[in-house]
Design a protein. Sequence first.
Lengths: 109, 113
Amino acid sequence: QKEVEQNSGPLSVPEGAIASLNCTYSDRGSQSFFWYRQYSGKSPELIMFIYSNGDKEDGRFTAQLNKASQYVSLLIRDSQPSDSATYLCAVTEGGKLIFGQGTELSVKP
Amino acid sequence: KAGVTQTPRYLIKTRGQQVTLSCSPISGHRSVSWYQQTPGQGLQFLFEYFSETQRNKGNFPGRFSGRQFSNSRSEMNVSTLELGDSALYLCASSSGGDYEKLFFGSGTQLSVL
């Protein structure tokens, strides 16, 4: 079983819709959770991090964490074509940052 | 403030050769992490250095090694290259290992022929 799992997609949503990206992890001891965005041909950039159960909002982005279910998600409200990218979930495990395979998001105008 | 700088940007090598990649972190950052990114495996953690000491290591063979200098610059070395080593190698820096401030460089694209 992979340590951090994401649906590879592609996930296609129309402009203005809510995009929902999901991630599960295997290590119950993980304490920190991150979402990175990677545009094609570019390096990953951090967009959200969350440590506690519940929701964390930053502009159009909301990260949700449920440690009991070992589940973390990212919601993007009012999706824009410029949000089209691969979204990487990352989880700390034993001092290392472990990434999921990423979910490719495509926002159609 | 300059970002994370990786050199070279592209590299072509043949099987059996060795290669050294360089990473200069953001000024003031003391932690440098290295990742390998491939379409099939995604981003995989190689190792992390903090104040010239390897603090964490991923599950890669001993052919992959690294070091960090007193100015926090880091190098990664791969010996006896294999075709499967073809990948994008990304370096990331942070001020003290706090992952919420992990900044990635543009990467070195290595092709092994």
